[in-house]
Design a protein around this ligand. Structure first.
Ligand code: PRX
Length: 659
């Protein structure tokens, strides 16, 4: 993690090469400054110009930004469009139908190529099939699928019909799936019989059955199943239907349904500071514009590039930078089913070599694990592969520590490729603070400077600007087209979470703390709320706590993060049992049980790394758990802070020593 020390001591600067600058989509400081100045001078005019240039409108908009009901901003809101037509038809209609849209590589290394024409036809057939089943604009679907062409087809087909999708990551549990089905009010689930990862077949449909068993899913009329592994399972006639049967006999053309610019394209759940995940609602036009534009700006996408984002479509990165942005920009992209370490730690490098990938976008956690793997198996070190096709490499999801940055820069980028360390969030819809590869001198560990039109700043707790070099809350002072529109079904929570009155109610509060150095570069320090970032996955401490306390043995639990070399942060849980504190042997057993319990309640990514049992938790006299002390204990450090408000100081000792 970037910390204050790295901000103060990091002096290495890597400017872009002259050759890169000469060919870049946004070129040199002048190119960047011109765009920033345009946005400063005429904010709405800037966005309107970009929206006219990058979106094919069925009905052009005349209003750019409606602030009348702020913070519920609306963009281009009298315009109409279809997102899928903007990702597929535009290319086929403009003579690019034979261009490869997706190079799919399966877990076991088989490759399939899908052109824009093929992809459009598949999306149309599936959309027609969904229509035949009675689904239409305004309906909501849950997509619970592995990485596949079919997942992209499912998302695009929903977009084509104006069905708002909510993708649930395949690693989430049946319970998480059920909560999302209920909260979003879905009538359709699109899933697969199984997923294939790391040489294993992992059934997926049974989790859907289990979710239904938990109740509240009665509104679901169909479960559409992509046959990936031919795993037999429970099958309910009339409800369950194979994806290939839905497509069978359908026409290759399907008129896109024209929707309003503000029509919700998707709702994606993410963790917040309470136990209940938030349904982040995104728009159609604003989201599409930014996904498209940032692919062009941040990745410097050119017609001949082979682009690869290693994220899963279950996360926002897979929405903006797999399912929509690259397609809108007409890219050829790799979609990968498997994991970075199967069949060996050279998988990513082998794929870059094989598919001649030129733009590569991954997460610090993957880089850190591959650094370790490369040390352990030198034959799979990136330097053993021909990575000369690469020209831009990127990072997303968490702070990248300068050591991992340097390793990535040298061994993967060949000291030639700019690293775009992109800071953004589920809520922002696309990149916000990031280097531009043909513009920005890079500093390892810094996401550098905001994109043109993104008014990022660092403020104190009253919303006042802080001086350079002083840390504070990261905010965005003006709205932007791809921003979150609402928390699904909970506008009050939206206002409270992102536009708190304490900051004046007009700044978007990101929930991160940040620092800005004297060159104006941003350094992200981590979350200021009760949100953890484990391997780039966002998890609420309250979410994990609720899962723990739902276990019959648990009376009370408090969860904090601890820095971890591999996963960025690791989850540490402090647990009070309903019975007496267990001895070491019993504690180990119960801890194992609790980990499995959390995996079942949320998903394996939420399993605490360390569980400690105590007679109690450190509390103030008014009963408030003192988490800041628990964070110190979790790190194994001595508590030197003031503990005078603590009711039971002795407990710190016990928790520090506990297993
Ligand atoms: O804390 C920041 C961290 O990830 C959070 C957003 O998580 P999520 O909504 O899951 O989206 C992840 C993919 C965009 C942020 O609040 N984060 C994301 N990117 C970076 C980052 N922290 C530092 N540097 C980044 N490049």
């Amino acid at each position: 993690m970037a910390n204050l020390d790295s901000v103060l001591t990091e002096t290495r600067v890597f400017p872009p090469s002259k050759d890169f600058v000469a060919q870049a989509n946004v070129s040199g400081p002048e190119g960047y400054q011109a765009l920033c100045d345009e946005a400063e001078r005429d904010f709405e005019g800037f966005w309107a110009r970009l929206a006219r240039e990058h979106i094919q409108w069925a009905k052009p908009f005349t209003r750019t930004l409606d602030e009348s009901n702020a913070p519920f901003y609306k963009w281009f809101d009298d315009g109409e469009l279809n997102v899928s037509a903007n990702c597929l038809d535009v290319h086929v209609d403009n003579g690019r139908g034979d261009k490869v849209a997706i190079i799919f590589e399966s877990d076991d290394g088989k490759t399939t190529q899908v052109t824009y024409r093929d992809l459009l036809a598949r999306v149309c057939r599936f959309a027609n099939g969904l229509k035949a089943l009675g689904y239409k604009t305004g309906d909501r679907s849950i997509i619970y699928m592995p990485m596949s062409v079919e997942a992209v087809v499912a998302m695009q087909a929903c977009a084509r019909l104006g069905i708002t999708h909510s993708v649930v990551f395949g690693g989430f549990s049946a319970k998480s799936l059920q909560e999302r089905i209920v909260d979003v009010g879905a009538t359709l689930v699109i899933t697969a019989d199984a997923q294939q990862r790391g040489g294993k077949t992992i059934p997926l449909k049974p989790a859907v059955e289990e979710a239904f068993g938990l109740g509240g899913c009665e509104a679901i009329r169909n479960v559409v199943v992509y046959k990936r592994a031919d795993v037999a399972g429970n099958w309910e006639e009339g409800r369950d239907v194979w994806m290939h049967d839905v497509e069978a006999g359908q026409s290759d053309t399907c008129e896109p349904v024209i929707v309003n610019a503000e029509h919700p394209l998707f709702i994606l759940y993410t963790s917040g500071s309470t136990g209940k995940p938030k349904g982040v609602q995104h728009s159609s036009a604003g989201f599409l514009l930014w996904a498209h534009l940032t692919v062009k700006w941040t990745f410097d996408l050119k017609p001949d590039d082979v682009y690869w984002c290693t994220a899963d479509v279950g996360w926002i990165t897979g929405h903006s930078y797999i399912a929509y942005g690259p397609l809108a920009a007409g890219a050829t992209q790799v979609v990968f089913e498997g994991v970075p370490t199967f069949p060996n730690a050279g998988r990513f490098w082998d794929m870059i070599q094989k598919h001649k990938v030129s733009i590569f976008y991954t997460a610090p956690t993957a880089i850190r694990s591959l650094v370790k793997a490369a040390e352990g198996s030198p034959e799979h070190h990136p330097q053993k592969y021909d990575l000369s096709s690469l020209r831009v490499i990127g990072s997303v999801g968490e702070p990248i520590n300068p050591e991992a940055w340097m390793w990535y820069y040298k061994n993967v980028g060949g000291e030639r490729c700019p690293i775009v360390d992109t800071w953004w969030q589920t809520e922002t819809g696309g990149h916000m603070i990031t280097p531009l590869p043909g513009v920005t001198p890079l500093k390892p560990g810094s996401c550098t400077t905001p994109l043109p039109g993104i008014m990022a700043a660092i403020v104190d707790e009253t919303g006042g600007d802080v001086e350079l070099g002083k840390g504070g809350f990261l905010v965005i002072k003006r709205p932007w087209p791809a921003m979150i529109r609402n928390i699904w079904g909970d506008p009050e929570r939206f206002k409270k979470s992102y536009y708190p009155e304490e900051l004046g109610g007009t700044y978007y509060l990101a929930g991160d703390s940040a620092n800005r150095d004297t060159d104006g570069y941003f350094w992200i320090m981590g979350r200021v709320d009760d949100v953890l970032n484990v391997s780039g996955h966002r998890l609420g401490t309250m979410e994990v706590e609720s899962a723990l306390v739902s276990h019959p043995l648990v009376a009370e639990a408090a969860v904090v993060g601890r820095p971890d070399d591999l996963t960025g942060e690791a989850i540490v849980a402090f647990v009070v049992l309903k019975k007496a504190r267990p001895d070491d042997a019993e504690a180990a057993e119960i801890a194992k049980d609790l980990r499995a319990w959390v995996a079942r309640e949320i998903g394996p990514i939420a399993k605490p790394k360390d569980i400690r049992f105590g007679d109690n938790l450190p509390k103030t006299r008014s009963g408030k758990i003192m988490r800041r002390l628990l964070r110190v204990v979790a790190k194994g450090e001595e508590v030197t802070q003031d503990v005078s408000t603590l009711e039971n100081p002795a407990i710190l000792d016990q928790l520090g020593k506990a297993l």
